[in-house]
Write a protein that binds this ligand. Structure first.
Ligand code: SF4
Ligand code: SF4
Length: 462
């Protein structure tokens, strides 16, 4: 047990291998258009196709309703079989080809800035920025670009920056960013194990690499911002600092693939890992691929399960329950763990060679040889808080979860504000280490929400 702020995960079953594979083109793709799907941001989009149309992968499927014209490409070759307010369904012909991006160029840094911006919009790359930019002057507000190449989550310990096999692609992505954001400082946040990749004269000419902690959740945006540019990304009131742009390493690669190689934005590179995955690793997956297709191609038989599919990381993701769920541009990770609802009998007398637990009664704590199990069970009932302070010690933002919880449970959340619940980044580590199985994080989040509600009320009354 060594946790002053953050946690180093080691040796879990189903960890991703640093290999990139491609999932077969699915039989159908579904692009939802509701608030949970692709079109969950401004500007709004309108379909450029109708039911019955034949489309090529890379051909425009949707376009923005306002300037600049942003296009979203069809992920597959096939026929549109549905197009309504819920979404677009395309029946794929199974072929892998695609239309190259119109106007792509091997060296977008030789384009003028405006032309590079227009290409980023017409190719859909602009949507990879977690911010909405509608003009060059919007880009000018960005002073710091932080590229996230840190990987510390339980299943993601061996990621490699050379995963795509193209040695120059990241450098091309950096140069493309530099054209779009000429005045911004570019910082690459890295794990020590990957530093060599970024330590080249070409990359150093445009960006600086900063080695950050190897403990989860260092890759969280707020911690990346704190530990690179020493600024808060989100204020206690919930306001984003728009001078900071955070972008994932693989999104820089995707921008370079689209703008410099002409591969349209038709797929995502996802980590698909966990004990339920037959070959855990990274996969190129067409956008709109149903989760059922992932289950069909990659999940182990239910004889070893059944399996719970989690969209996102194990500690923070959401269980996928809808049969219509499909891969969307915002997805980066899918975890598959054992659905294990039955409570173990006499767990307390089991030596626990493969359990991760903080009750200090498991053999894995002392003999950490076997991969630790991952499943959905909390392995025991909730017990009273024993004041062990593990949650305080593991919290990466230095707040006191168990004290905040006390006030929330007593229905006096406002008295917890002095312990800064608004700083919680919802990493889930306090739940993970609690020996009493208390769902502390959800109480801290309740206090955080209460804080924001009170602030809004004060603003309205002012
Ligand atoms: S209180 Fe929030 S930030 Fe701290 S460990 Fe719990 S979930 Fe993470
Ligand atoms: S909430 Fe859990 S981890 Fe925190 S002090 Fe209480 S028993 Fe320990």
């Amino acid at each position: 047990m060594k946790f002053p702020g953050g946690y180093k995960f080691k040796n879990f079953e189903g960890m991703a291998e640093p290999i990139l594979r491609e999932l077969p083109v699915p039989e159908t793709v579904f692009i939802p258009l509701n608030e949970k799907g692709l079109i969950n941001q401004t500007p709004t989009f309108t379909p450029s196709i109708e039911k019955g149309d034949t489309v090529r992968a890379g051909e425009r499927l949707l376009q923005s309703d306002s300037e600049p014209l942003i296009s979203i490409a069809s992920p597959v070759n096939g026929t549109v079989t549905g197009c309504d307010e819920d979404g677009i369904t395309i029946s794929s012909d199974g072929t892998e080809g695609f239309e190259p991006v119109e106007g792509h160029t091997r060296a977008p840094w030789h384009l003028g800035r405006e032309d590079a911006f227009n290409l980023s919009c017409s190719s859909g790359c602009i949507l990879l920025f977690n911010d909405s930019f509608s003009s060059l002057s919007d880009l000018d507000r960005v002073k710091h670009i932080i590229i996230n190449a840190v990987h510390n989550s339980p299943l993601n310990q061996s990621w490699s920056p050379g995963i795509t096999g193209d040695p120059n692609i990241f450098y091309d992505g950096i140069r493309t960013l530099k054209v779009l954001f000429p005045e911004s400082e570019i910082i690459i946040a890295v794990n020590k194990r990957n530093m060599k990749f970024f330590n080249t004269p070409e990359i150093k000419e445009h960006a600086s690499a900063v080695i950050l902690s190897g403990r989860y959740p260092q890759e969280h945006p707020e911690l990346l911002s704190r530990d690179t540019v020493h600024k808060r990304l989100v204020s206690p009131e919930g306001v984003y600092d728009s001078s900071i742009l955070l972008i994932q390493f693989l999104d820089v690669i995707r921008i370079a693939e689209t703008m410099t190689r002409g591969r349209p934005f038709i797929d995502r590179i996802l980590m698909i890992a966990g004990p339920g995955v037959s070959r855990p690793g990274w996969y190129r997956v067409r956008i709109g691929t149903p989760f059922e297709a992932i289950r069909h191609h990659l999940l182990k038989s239910d004889d070893y399960g059944p399996w719970r599919i989690v969209r996102g990381g194990i500690l923070t993701g959401e269980s996928v329950v809808s049969p219509d769920a499909s891969v969307q541009p915002a997805d980066t990770e899918i975890s598959v763990i054992r659905e294990y609802a039955v409570r173990d009998l006499y767990r307390f007398i089991n030596p626990g060679f493969t359990y991760d637990s903080y009750s200090r009664t498991t053999a894995a704590e002392y003999i950490p040889l076997l991969p630790k199990q991952l499943d959905s069970n909390v392995h025991g009932g909730v017990r009273p808080c024993v004041q062990c302070n593990y949650c305080d010690e593991v919290c990466p933002v230095g707040i006191y979860p168990h004290l905040i919880r006390k006030y929330v449970v007593a229905d006096r959340a406002d008295e917890s504000f002095r312990f800064r619940p608004y700083d919680c980044i919802e990493c889930g580590l306090c739940d993970y280490v609690c020996p009493s199985k208390i769902d502390i994080a959800s109480d801290v989040v309740k206090a955080k929400e209460e804080y924001h509600t009170r602030r809004r009320e004060i603003e309205i009354s002012d």
